[in-house]
Design a protein around this ligand. Structure first.
Ligand SMILES: C[S@@+](CC[C@H](N)C(=O)[O-])C[C@H]1O[C@@H](n2cnc3c(N)ncnc32)[C@H](O)[C@@H]1O
Length: 279
């Protein structure tokens, strides 16, 4: 039997899973406070301050994290890039509702191409990305673009959660709160269950998200980062205790149980030089 009943918010061992159906306050707090705070703290843990830096956010979505990072960390500029134009008036309205009179003048948004960032070479000191690289169709091409727009001493922070192979990797927690729908149901069943309940606009949006997930694993992300000429210098993995259904018993534990990652990468001169020699 499908476990399709409406869900709002789920806590999974240290990682708050917020679905699209959560109330606006919870959504705001999860992004403006928690996600933005985690970006700033992860970097600050290595003595990296964003203050005065030129920061790019790859796959910025609604821009709430960018607003949080800008107000908390005071970069010289922060540009949120996304293939879908960020709804700035909506962000302004959300900010006002949270008591923020206007968006900071250091904060900009720009619409990017699938593999192209509209920015000059070496125009950013730090790139950040939150919950985007599991949605990006060609991660290596986008990471190469990130390397192009970063200075040679630039830094790259990436967070991904949840990885596809893990309990809520389908991003369909509203319909499958117990998780692992990708192993328990085929695509037609998933579509039918999602269509059968809840707001239909949200169902369409989430099915589109589900169908376009790139299914990247932590190891594949590592390989993509290296292929684009970066090396990872710090990593934090999220791994919780999970009960694995029979249908997922064949999946490597490193894939089924590592639900998320935060990483810090820098351009790898050695890989970049090898690449230059080969061309
Ligand atoms: C789950 S949302 C995350 C948004 C935001 N970072 C957040 O956490 O609220 C993933 C975002 O990645 C964007 N995206 C997908 N492919 C992209 C690409 N090639 N370049 C830039 N953004 C992309 C999507 O449009 C979407 O807004």
């Amino acid at each position: 039997m499908p476990d399709a009943h409406p869900a709002t918010e789920h806590q999974t061992c240290g990682e708050s899973h917020y679905s699209k159906s959560v109330d606006p306050t919870t959504w705001w707090e999860a992004h403006f406070d928690r996600a933005a705070g985690e970006v700033v703290d992860f970097l600050a843990g290595d003595g990296i301050a964003l203050e005065g830096k030129r920061v790019a956010d790859i796959g910025c979505g609604d821009g709430i994290i960018d607003l949080g990072v800008t107000l908390k960390a005071k970069p010289a500029t922060l540009v949120g890039f996304d293939v879908q134009a960020t709804d700035v008036p909506a962000l302004e309205a959300r900010a006002k509702a949270a008591g923020i009179d206007s968006l900071p003048e250091e904060l900009y948004f720009a619409t990017s191409g699938d593999t192209r960032l509209p920015a000059e070479d070496s125009s950013f000191d730090i790139a950040i990305s939150w919950s985007a690289f599991e949605h990006i169709a060609d991660p290596v091409a986008v990471l190469r673009e990130v390397r192009r727009v970063l200075t040679p001493h630039g830094l790259l922070f990436i967070q991904v959660w949840p990885f596809y192979a893990t309990a809520h990797g389908t991003h369909l927690v509203d319909w499958f709160p117990k998780g692992f729908a990708q192993y328990l149901h085929n695509d037609d069943e998933i579509t039918r269950i999602v269509r059968a309940s809840g707001n239909q606009d949200m169902a369409s949006e989430m099915l589109e998200i589900y169908r376009t997930l790139n299914k990247i694993t932590a190891d594949q992300l590592h390989a993509a980062v290296r292929e684009a000429g970066f090396k990872i210098v710090k990593v934090a993995l999220t791994a919780e205790s999970v009960h694995i259904p029979d249908e997922a018993s064949h999946v490597p534990l490193s894939e089924v149980a590592i639900s998320g990652i935060k990483l810090l990468a820098i351009p790898d001169r050695r890989l970049i030089d090898d690449e230059a020699r080969a061309t």
